[in-house]
Design a protein around this ligand. Structure first.
Ligand code: 5RP
Length: 281
C-alpha cells in the first residue's frame, strides 16, 4: 500500500486497530432522514467523538465546518443516483476523484449490490474507484448493501465482503450476522459493522460488542447514534465498547449516566470515556 494511502487509512482505523465512524450519508437516497433534518446541528456535537465522518459531499460542503472538523477524517460517499422510489441497486459514481481530493477526504465509499439486477454495474463501479483511489492514494470503502430478496446471513455477507476485497476495496462495511467470525476470517481487509436500523440502545451496544469480539475493526454507525435519545451519550458508549472493550451492560450504564448528566446539565466525570483527541489509544 503506497505511503499516502496507508497514512489516510490510519487516520480512520486508529493505532489500536479500531474505529468509530459516524455515518451521515443517508440523504443521498433517503432524503431528510429522521435525525438528519438539520445535518449540521446533528453532526456538530458528535464530531469530537467520531474517529471518522461519512457524509455526502453536499452535507460536507453545507453542514460540516471545515476548520472544526480539521482532525476528523472524512470518508466521502461517492456513489448514488438512486432513491427509495427506484431500484436501489441502480447506483453510479457521483463524485469525481479530483473533487474528493479537493475536499481533502481520507477515503471514499460506495455501495455494491451483490445478487441484485445491477450487481455487475456496482462491482465495476468499485473497480473504477479502486483504480482512481490507487492513483491518488485514496482508500476505498465498499459498503455491502443487501438487496431486498437477499438473506443477511454469513454465507451471503461473506460472499459480498470477499468479492469487494478481491476487487481491491481497502476496507469493507457490512452487517453483523450469526457466524460473523466466518465473514471476518474470509475477508483479507478490515471490516467495519454497519449500524443498521435503529435498535434499543443496549441492543446496539451488544451488536457492537459482538462484532468487535468476532474481529470487526469497528463500526460505521448512523441511525443508532443520531436517532438515540441522547446521541452524544450514545457515541461515547459505542466508543467505550470499541476502544476500551467495555461490556455492553457497562457501556449501557455509561450511556444512561451521560444521558442523565446531560439532562441535569452536569459535566460527566465518567471513567475513561473521552473524546477522540484524548481518548482513542
Ligand atoms: C447505505 C448506508 C447508509 O447510507 C448509512 O451509511 C447507514 O448507516 P446506518 O445503517 O448505521 O444508519 O450505508 O447502505
Amino acid at each position: 500500500m503506497d505511503w499516502g494511502l496507508k497514512n489516510r487509512l490510519s487516520r480512520i482505523i486508529k493505532s489500536d486497530g479500531r474505529t468509530v465512524m459516524l455515518a451521515v450519508d443517508h440523504g443521498y437516497f433517503l432524503g431528510p432522514t429522521t435525525g438528519l433534518e438539520d445535518a449540521g446541528r446533528t453532526i456538530r456535537p458528535l464530531l469530537p467523538y467520531a474517529d471518522a465522518l461519512m457524509p455526502t459531499r453536499g452535507v460536507l460542503r453545507t453542514s460540516v465546518d471545515a476548520s472544526a472538523s480539521a482532525d476528523t477524517p472524512i470518508v466521502l460517499r461517492v456513489s448514488g443516483g438512486n432513491s427509495i422510489l427506484s431500484e436501489l441497486s441502480n447506483e453510479g459514481i457521483t463524485v469525481a476523484m479530483e473533487d474528493a481530493v479537493r475536499l481533502n477526504v481520507s477515503a471514499v465509499a460506495l455501495s455494491i449490490y451483490v445478487g441484485s439486477p445491477n450487481e455487475k454495474k456496482t462491482l465495476l463501479n468499485l473497480t473504477k474507484l479502486v483504480d482512481e483511489g490507487q492513483r491518488y492514494g485514496i482508500p476505498v470503502l465498499a459498503v455491502t448493501a443487501v438487496g431486498k430478496e437477499m438473506a443477511r446471513d454469513a454465507r451471503y455477507l461473506a460472499l459480498c465482503c470477499r468479492i469487494a476485497a478481491e476487487l481491491g476495496a481497502h476496507f469493507v462495511k457490512t452487517y453483523y450476522c450469526e457466524g460473523f467470525e466466518k465473514v471476518v476470517k474470509t475477508c483479507p481487509v478490515p471490516l467495519v459493522m454497519a449500524g443498521g436500523k435503529k435498535l434499543p440502545e443496549l441492543e446496539a451496544l451488544e451488536l457492537t460488542h459482538n462484532a468487535i469480539k468476532r474481529g470487526a475493526a469497528g463500526v460505521d454507525m448512523g441511525r443508532n447514534i443520531f436517532q438515540a435519545d441522547a446521541p452524544v451519550a450514545m457515541i461515547q458508549a459505542v466508543r467505550a465498547v470499541v476502544h476500551e472493550n467495555l461490556s455492553p451492560d457497562k457501556a449501557y450504564d455509561l450511556y444512561k449516566s451521560l444521558k442523565a448528566d446531560k439532562k441535569s446539565g452536569k459535566r460527566s466525570k465518567l471513567r475513561g470515556v473521552t473524546a477522540k483527541s484524548e481518548g482513542a489509544k
